[in-house]
Design a protein around this ligand. Structure first.
Ligand SMILES: [Zn+2]
Length: 307
């Protein structure tokens, strides 16, 4: 496992694999950008490897097919936002007999985004395990799978590594970290792969424009912010970071000039704290009702800043 912060989790799984103690359903959860998918793939590849060693040999026919994405014993959802048809395809796949070797593995991402019908169908599939078939479920925080699904799985939580380790790994990846690194680290929830993508995809101007829209929303022009969050619900996390930074600045804990061109200066601590509470409630609602119109739901939060 090449990602240093995943080594400990890999050791635990590797031990279970060696002792043939890996349960039929494993749920890997953590922030986006921690390499949960890579870990799931490594577990699957090791499980399927013909050499049956403590980790995938990378040489056998099975490992080569796996790397080429052509292993007939592996199931993936066809797209990022799995729907009921994907779960039906999964159920049909689970009931087939493996063609190569003994095991079959399904890698299922992102479980927190499933609607109620898909959740029920998945739960049924997990409740009727087929011999030698493994399900590795991936869940990006803050959205969670329904408790009945989580309760069917061995849970593995991947924590955010310490900032020094993140920094060291990013430098090894030949990324040039700038003065915005502490800010980007916050907005990427400390996830190294997310930070690397942020730098590679040069998302700084996108973040800057988001912060500008946040500022506009605080002065009661929330349309653009609402539109952005409706289009990309993960931006709801960015809003949470904006509010927290504004609270820290209003309390004098962080200097408002710390992030140079990013202006988080905002209203009173009280209005900000109420807005942050609204934001937490909104995240909870979104978790329960993924179909929620987030843009629309933002307006009460923004009205906290009317003076
Ligand atoms: Zn192999």
């Amino acid at each position: 496992m090449s990602l240093p912060w995943l080594r400990q989790s890999w050791q635990q799984l590797s031990k279970q694999l060696a002792e043939q103690q890996l349960p039929p359903s494993l749920l890997i959860r953590g922030e986006k950008g921690l390499g949960k998918l890579q870990l799931a793939q490594f577990v699957a590849k090791t499980l399927l490897c013909s050499e049956q060693q403590h980790q995938a040999c990378n040489r056998c026919h099975s490992c080569q097919l796996f790397d080429a994405g052509a292993h007939s014993s592996v199931f993936h959802f066809s797209h990022d936002k799995p729907k009921i048809d994907d779960i039906r395809a999964l159920t049909a796949w689970a009931n087939q007999t493996s063609q190569l070797g003994a095991y079959k593995v399904a890698i299922l991402s992102d479980i927190g985004a499933l609607n109620p019908a898909s959740n029920n169908a998945l739960l049924k599939t997990l409740e009727e395990p087929v011999a030698n078939t493994h399900f590795i479920l991936i869940n990006h925080l803050p959205f969670k799978p329904i408790p009945t699904i989580a309760s069917r799985c061995q849970l593995l939580t991947i924590n955010v590594p310490p900032i020094e380790q993140v920094q060291q790994w990013l430098v090894q990846q030949k990324l040039r970290l700038d003065q915005y690194f502490p800010l980007i680290h916050r907005f990427c929830n400390g996830s190294p792969l997310a930070i690397a993508d942020f730098y590679r995809e040069q998302q700084l101007s996108e973040l800057q424009s988001f912060v500008e829209q946040y500022q506009l929303a605080l002065s009661q022009q929330p349309n653009k912010l609402a539109e952005q969050i409706s289009k990309d619900p993960l931006k709801l996390q960015w809003l949470g970071h904006c509010l927290l930074l504004s609270i820290s600045i209003a309390r004098g804990l962080v200097s408002e000039t710390m992030f140079e061109t990013f202006n988080f200066k905002a209203a009173s601590v009280k209005a900000l704290e109420l807005a942050y509470q609204d934001w937490l409630d909104l995240c909870k609602q979104w978790e329960t009702f993924p179909g929620l119109n987030l843009g629309q739901q933002l307006y009460p939060l923004i009205s906290r800043f009317k003076d």
